[in-house]
Design a protein around this ligand. Structure first.
Ligand SMILES: NC(=O)c1ccc[n+]([C@@H]2O[C@H](COP(=O)([O-])OP(=O)(O)OC[C@H]3O[C@@H](n4cnc5c(N)ncnc54)[C@H](O)[C@@H]3O)[C@@H](O)[C@H]2O)c1
Length: 261
């Protein structure tokens, strides 16, 4: 049972001690824990049990304990986790102890919404620059920032120390924009355009596609409907689905796993 302050938290600025190589799924859940912990702190909680935090974050508590054990955080028996300390640990591991500068490219419908979203600022990010290729958009003011022409990206990226590039252009322009971001020294890209980007090694790309999320939900809707419609006879059930799909589709265990995960 232990919970230590991160070793590098008070070290020399610019020096990043080796971080544990966390499973990608754990990394994806850490922001959920952080959000839940901030809510707990705001509502006056100093400590939280693993069950309480798991429920606030919407995961099961065994998974949460395993995730936090990767950070060397085991809580204290009978007390739970120190909320402020766990916030500090997670923010440290996620690299949120410094506010990272973000450049947004493509200030159309989606870009406007992103540029105007106040939530990035409160969660460790600063939208530092907005870019577009359309001269009609250049010069527009959004949330205190002026939209610049994409040609200004290299100079601005260096000046503002841009760490992350967000692409909100049409798919046909996204690869060119990704290349421009990489050439300007950006090594992390969040891509909203519905396409696969090709980037050099060392550049991380995360894709956000709400249509894909809807398609996954559509699958679950389809599956629930198909289960309800199936006759209640032995041998029928999920096993019947592959035949209807033309064979080789969904085995019963695979389908169960997909829903549970
Ligand atoms: N991920 C999601 O869930 C989601 C949701 C909605 C839209 N989108 C995608 O986001 C993108 C933007 O959608 P939108 O509705 O805002 O489009 P939009 O046409 O309103 O805006 C796109 C902007 O990109 C600019 N642009 C085009 N080429 C450029 C270039 N080479 N460099 C810089 N800027 C350039 C355009 O001038 C325009 O201002 C699209 O790819 C769309 O499919 C994704």
């Amino acid at each position: 049972m232990s919970q230590h302050r991160p070793a590098g938290a008070s070290g020399s600025p610019g020096v990043v001690p080796a971080l544990p190589d966390l499973p990608e799924a754990t990394v994806a859940r850490l922001p959920e824990y952080l959000r839940a912990l901030h809510h707990l702190a705001e509502s006056g909680h100093d400590t939280v049990s693993s069950e309480g935090l798991a429920s606030a974050a919407g995961v099961n508590s065994a998974k949460l304990r395993k995730d936090l054990s990767h950070l060397g955080s085991y809580g204290t028996r009978g007390v739970g986790y120190d909320v402020a300390l766990l916030v500090e640990q997670i923010e440290y591991v996620l690299g949120l102890t410094q506010r990272r500068a973000v450049a947004l490219v493509g200030v159309g419908n989606l870009g406007h919404a992103l540029a105007g979203y106040a939530g990035f600022g409160t969660r460790g990010f600063r939208i530092a620059a907005l870019f577009d290729a359309d001269p009609g958009r250049v010069g527009e003011q959004i949330n205190g920032l002026t939209v610049r022409h994409i040609d200004e990206l290299p100079a601005c990226a260096a000046q503002e120390s841009i760490a992350i590039g967000v692409i909100a252009t049409p798919a046909r322009a996204a690869q060119t924009v990704a290349d421009q971001l990489v050439a300007a020294g950006v090594t992390s890209i969040l891509n909203f355009a519905p396409c696969v980007l090709s980037v050099p090694e060392g550049v991380d790309v995360r894709k956000v596609d709400l249509a894909i999320e809807l398609q996954i939900l559509s699958f679950h809707e389809h599956r629930k409907a198909s289960l309800t419609a199936l006759p209640d006879t032995p041998g029928a059930g999920i096993a019947a689905i592959p035949n209807r799909l033309g064979g080789g589709g969904l085995g019963s265990s695979g389908t169960q796993e997909a829903v549970g995960s």
